[in-house]
Design a protein around this ligand. Structure first.
Ligand SMILES: [Zn+2]
Length: 162
């Protein structure tokens, strides 16, 4: 019988539809895997935020990957509690985001700086300067904000903390 580790390794081959440098496992959206037998499997997925268009793509990719590996009875359950947080992206994946040119989420969701009105500056993923400014709350997708570096003048996406 196929092991959970083998399933995790298969799913690690699926890139995030919006950020192809990280896998859906690194993104942290797969919350639970139950292998019933070699043909039947049940997974729990938590969307990065409700209405994220990438989730449909992720679900389709997961079904395709599992079908290719002999599963005929695939159940995907979307769970909303606990809600997905950027804390579920590990340090290694955050470094991949930076190399890709996206500023990774810096604050944990525990950070309440938004309450005090003091917004922490976001470091430029290219030159690491803290001298950056917000251009738009919405970058290339709704889960990112568009920033521009005042040092190297590069615009970049910032993965918003949820
Ligand atoms: Zn810069």
């Amino acid at each position: 019988m196929i092991s959970k580790e083998q399933i995790l390794s298969l799913l690690s081959e699926i890139p995030d539809p919006e950020i192809p440098v990280i896998s859906i496992i690194e993104l942290g959206v797969i919350r639970d895997i139950s292998i019933i037998d070699n043909a039947s499997i049940s997974l729990k997925i938590t969307p990065t935020y409700s209405g994220c268009p990438a989730m449909k793509q992720i679900e389709d990719d997961v079904r395709k990957k599992l079908t290719e590996n002999g599963f005929t009875n695939i159940t995907i359950i979307t769970i909303y509690s606990p809600p997905w947080t950027t804390d579920w992206i590990n340090a290694e994946a955050k470094e991949k985001l930076r190399k890709y040119g996206i500023a990774p989420p810096e604050n944990t969701t525990e950070d309440k700086s938004w309450l005090t009105g003091k917004i922490k500056s976001i470091a430029c993923p290219r030159c690491k300067s803290q001298n950056t400014k917000l251009i738009s709350q919405f970058g290339s997708t709704a889960c990112k904000a568009l920033y521009q570096c005042s040092e190297c003048l590069e615009p970049f996406d910032y993965f918003k903390c949820i």
